[in-house]
Design a protein around this ligand. Sequence first.
Ligand code: SF4
Length: 271
Amino acid sequence: MKVNFREAKSIITKSNIPSIDYVINPYTGCQHGCIYCYAEFMIRFTGHKGEKWGEFLDIKTYDFGKIKSQRYNGKSLLLSSVTDPYLPLEKKYQNTRRILEKLVDTEADISILTKSKLVTRDIDLFKQFKNIEVGISISTLDTTFAKVIERGASKPIDRINALKQVADAGIKTYTFISPYFPEITDFKNILEETESFTDQYMFENLNFRPHNIPRILKIVQEYFPQYLPIYEELRRDQSYWDSIETEIRSYCEKKKLPYKIEFHHGGFSKS
Ligand code: SF4
């Protein structure tokens, strides 16, 4: 992992994600190195041309004292959108923690999203916020497959246990089933494992992008060759997503679980 320090011009930036006003990315790059990552385009914009996603990390340097917590009252802030706020190196550099310390007085809606068990370190801080929710993203409970698709992230079971600890501390939680891998993601299993401490579910489809298609197909071929024809077909016929959406709706409604489905986010998904 190539680690650099880079001065950031700003640390809380306007978001182009619908329903999120601002995003906070304490690092550039991501140690998790997910094979499907949609943030890989960052390589081009951050002076890392020729480098591989998941193999570099810029620790943003910034005068965190400049953060004015009241400026964001009534707004929504997501931490993070193109990195994970609880990367292994967060343990050492603590950018996420230092940013949160400056925001505790805010009346903004803060949403934390991670694939890391390190999130439990900041429970003491989460408790001080008025409006905060903490979520994990997860695609599978299969440790081996998770290691292949998200090599640097915490094991699925560790993420789940971390979320439970957060919930036990009285913090609002969500489980983001993302990305949904056709035939591989067993959403019912994930719901069963998390429903006693998840306040809200969200689902997002696997978005195929030119840069990730070869990697995804290679891994499906290696680990689930029986599903390869389905993945190939998905590139032509996207009605699969409609059927899985219907299945999720019916299951969540039957179990009275609060959920949102975001299955049509650009890329390869249904237009
Ligand atoms: S955790 Fe998110 S930002 Fe990091 S590599 Fe995975 S998908 Fe990309």
